[in-house]
Write a protein that binds this ligand. Structure first.
Ligand SMILES: [Zn+2]
Length: 372
């Protein structure tokens, strides 16, 4: 029982918002908590309240000037263009310091929980765009970087960072460029913001980048997972895996043109679970209130060992029915009374085949070098 997975949440995610017109006006972590509670999957023994990280815990990656500016922005509610605070993407909102600092505190708690082995889920984390000296792409504080640095500080020396968000993890790539300890593997949509993470970009030997085309489907995900991601992780033999489980690569998401089902998230969690003694899973993107709530609840069920029901019981379905979205697109019935999507298979594009071939070859050369 010492390795019982924990779920890290916080009250601050409930009711705080980036503003009515921002993609993050929607509730996400509260939906996962409410669904998991309704299904009996979140006993008190497995729930932890995320602490709010102190400024000194954030300056391990961020500059003291930036963190001071973030605190000042929360206090004054004024923009600060020097740090990209108060832009359309990175608005100044009432909890603009405390909310990201809580997500980071959750990551640090997750790292502590897995110190001697185990699994921690911090759906409020995964803010992979945050940069050392400014806000970037809805991310004010880079939780994955701080969490991974904390793991390294414990003496762990091989960390696999796997990112299945629709966007490239540019902030994480800045932090661990050239690292011999952290291997970053990211699938993301090509020609989409932040426009980094090309196939050829290996971050000084520390990254595998897999840009994928519009319409990217479950069959293609399965191929990349099994031919590239899992062999790369196995070759590293990591002490810990950090999975950024952004839910914006599913068909219903308004911020990407990828076409995955949430089965891909379940597949990734399932496959990586067994590959290291420590696993931290975080959230990330996800801008359709129904699909992100469902995907991240499926992720928790998978980590905690619960079977996903065919149809949701009324109490759980009611949580999905009570969600509102400012956008016109409204959910289909399936999004309201199930958790797991039907598979979204499709053809394997030439681009995906080529990427897999290039990366498989690179991987075999690299692992070949390591043989005595
Ligand atoms: Zn994203």
């Amino acid at each position: 029982m010492t390795h019982t997975p924990i779920f890290i949440g916080a009250r601050i995610y409930r009711g705080s918002s980036y503003g009515a017109h921002h993609p993050l006006s929607i509730p996400r972590v509260p939906t996962v908590i409410d669904l998991s509670r309704a299904l009996g999957w979140l006993p008190d023994a497995q729930y932890r309240t995320s602490p709010c990280a102190k400024p000194s815990a954030l300056t391990g990656f961020h500059t003291p000037d930036y963190i001071a500016a973030l605190q000042r922005a929360e206090a004054t509610q004024q923009p600060d263009p020097d740090f990209d605070l108060g832009t359309l993407s990175n608005p100044v909102f009432p909890e603009v310091y405390r909310r990201p600092a809580t997500a980071a505190g959750g990551g640090l708690l997750a790292a502590e929980h897995v110190r001697n082995g185990g699994v921690a889920y911090n759906p409020g984390g995964g803010t992979h765009h945050g940069l050392p000296d400014r806000a970037n792409g809805f991310c004010y504080v880079n939780e994955p970087v701080l969490t991974i640095r904390h793991l390294l500080g414990m003496g762990l020396s091989r960390i696999a960072y796997v990112d299945i968000d629709a966007h490239h993890c540019d902030g994480v790539a800045v932090a661990f460029h050239g690292s011999e300890q952290v291997r970053m593997i990211s699938i993301h949509e090509e020609n989409r913001w932040p426009f980094t993470g090309a196939l050829e970009d290996d971050a000084g030997g520390a990254a595998i980048n897999i840009p994928v085309p519009r319409g990217f489907n479950d069959t293609e995900f399965d191929l990349i997972l099994n031919e590239v991601i899992l062999p790369a992780v196995a070759a590293q033999n990591p002490d810990a895996i950090y999975l950024q489980c952004g839910a914006d690569a599913v068909t219903e998401d308004p911020l990407s043109r990828l076409a995955l089902s949430n089965r891909c998230h379940v597949m990734a969690v399932d496959a990586l679970h067994a590959m290291a003694p420590r696993l931290i899973v975080a959230g990330g993107g996800g801008y359709n209130p129904w699909s992100v709530g469902r995907a991240w609840t499926c992720v928790w069920a998978t980590l905690a060992g619960h079977d996903l029901p065919e149809r949701l019981p009324e109490a759980a379905s009611a949580i999905l029915r009570n969600l509102h979205w400012s956008r016109k697109a409204q959910p289909t019935e399936d999004l309201l009374d199930t958790l797991l999507d039907p598979p979204r298979h499709g053809p394997i594009s030439d681009q995906v085949r080529t990427a897999v071939a290039v990366l498989t070859k690179r991987l075999s050369i690299q692992t070949g070098k390591h043989q005595p």
